[in-house]
Design a binder for this molecule. Structure first.
Ligand code: URP
Ligand code: ZN
Ligand code: ZN
Length: 446
């Protein structure tokens, strides 16, 4: 039995910061109290004057997903150490449904790949084919402890799209079994008609990626999904929402949950005009500065429930300058900078750190039904936490990253990296450097 005591940390809760000792035994939080006298063989970590925050749950990563001519640049083996360095102790990743595979086969393949992860891993199940056999698997998979499924309202050209009628049929089944439906929400008809002029006129600059996937695509998809959630009584989680209009529409539907991402909060469509503008191509595209500000408002008024990285990185050579926007691999990296940049922003904007904890830990745990395991610093939960020195905010953090990637979108932003990270009671980052952690667990919903 290994026992660890985090001494004198400033634990952030609903009533502000309180100095607490935290006792950890056998991977779990055991006790929180202003003074704990531990057994003799306890290892003590001094957190005096520092914040102690729950380990982050990143609800949206894509480790090594196949694209047209290759894979996104991080695998579970390379992406998870950088996640830990940024305080992310749990990632929720997605299956890839290959042709001819069942959902269960795609899940088993993903579990196999995730065995290399140093973070704990939950897995969402992508449904990119609408067939009776596939629908019949949903209840069995929920019973197995995998309760979240994702569909796309677009990417018809990649054979990944479901129509709204098909999505409604999927939502009905998921709702009957208390699961969650996640949706990539860009209306395909709007995208198709908006892209046509740029394709016809052979306009290939990255800015046309943004113009070909306008905000109205998100608005229409969110409206349709809101109606589906009401008709089916299904909780629908809108992934990577990024427009003011989409956010306002989502707020009309009580069963919609909303995720946004750091790139949509911090970076605007102006990035496409930079020399390396192609590196910022992701779907949905970056929006206006007014949209970014509307998302910050949505964070403060509770209309946004989680912040995920949508970690899907590519290296400079994968997105060469001059590549036509239609051919640029979609996606950006961000699992390592997710929390450190948000924390710096929350401090700068004088926002409540308890709200940040809710968005990055408690809410994803509750929405994806892993709150019996994770989601806060509470006796009985997995001992996932980080210790942060509030005074160590930095601008020159890029060289200290663990990532193997050669490009980072956030170098213009300050960041506050954790000093110590603990995952299930194991110290995985010490003095801001990665140790040699054991591998993660696959998580099941309750
Ligand atoms: O452009 C993005 N976001 N790529 C990753 C896949 C997705 O749609 O989330
Ligand atoms: Zn997506
Ligand atoms: Zn994604």
């Amino acid at each position: 039995m290994s026992t660890l005591l985090i001494k004198n940390g400033l634990v952030i809760g609903p009533h502000g910061q309180e100095i607490q000792d935290i006792l950890i035994r056998d991977q779990l939080f055991v006790e929180l109290s202003p003074v704990i006298h531990p057994p003799d063989d306890t290892k003590i970590v001094d957190a005096g004057g520092k914040w102690v925050l729950p380990g982050v749950i990143d609800p949206h990563t894509h480790m090594g997903i196949p694209i047209k001519d290759g894979h996104s640049a991080d695998t579970f083996a390379t992406g998870s150490p950088s996640a830990l360095h940024g305080g992310v102790t749990t990632i929720l990743d997605f299956t890839v449904l290959e042709s001819g595979q069942t959902l269960a086969e795609s899940l088993d393949a993903r579990i196999e790949l995730a065995s290399e992860s140093l973070c704990d891993v939950g897995i969402h199940i992508n449904i990119t084919r609408f067939e009776p056999e596939i629908l019949a698997e949903i209840p069995e998979l929920i019973a197995r402890g995998f309760n979240s499924f994702k569909v796309f309202t677009t990417y018809a050209e990649a054979n990944m799209m479901l129509t709204y009628d098909q999505i409604e049929a999927v939502a009905s089944i998921i709702s009957q079994h208390n699961g969650v439906l996640m949706v990539h929400s860009e209306d395909n008809d709007v995208v198709t008609s908006s892209s046509k002029p740029f394709v016809q006129e052979k306009q290939t600059h990255p800015r046309y990626h943004g113009l070909s996937r306008p905000a109205s695509a998100e608005l229409e998809a969110v409206r349709q999904l809101g109606e589906i959630s009401s008709r089916t009584n299904c909780t629908i989680y809108i992934v990577h929402l990024n427009t003011a209009d989409g956010l306002a529409k989502a707020a009309e539907y009580p069963l919609l949950k909303v995720e946004t991402c750091p790139h949509y909060l911090l970076l605007s469509e102006k990035m496409y005009e930079r020399g390396d503008g192609q590196m910022f191509v992701s779907s949905p595209p970056l929006r206006t500065e007014a949209d970014c500000e509307a998302l910050w408002q949505g964070i403060q008024n509770g209309q946004i429930h989680t912040i995920g990285s949508d970690h899907c990185p590519f290296c400079l050579a994968d997105k060469p300058d001059g590549m036509a926007f239609q051919d640029i691999p979609n996606g950006m990296g961000g699992v390592e900078t997710l929390f450190p940049t948000l924390l710096a922003q929350f401090i700068d904007r004088h926002l409540d750190l308890e709200l940040l904890i809710r968005l990055t830990s408690r809410n994803p745990a509750e929405i994806f039904a892993i709150d019996h395991l994770k989601g806060g610093i509470k006796p009985g939960l997995h001992a996932d936490l980080m210790i942060v020195d509030p005074w160590s905010i930095r601008d020159d953090w890029e060289s200290s990253l663990e990532t193997s990637l050669d490009w980072n979108a956030y170098t213009d932003y300050p960041a506050l990296f954790p000093e110590t990270v603990i995952r299930r009671g194991e110290i995985v980052v010490e003095k801001s450097s990665l140790k040699s952690p054991s591998t993660g667990h696959i998580l099941k919903s309750n």
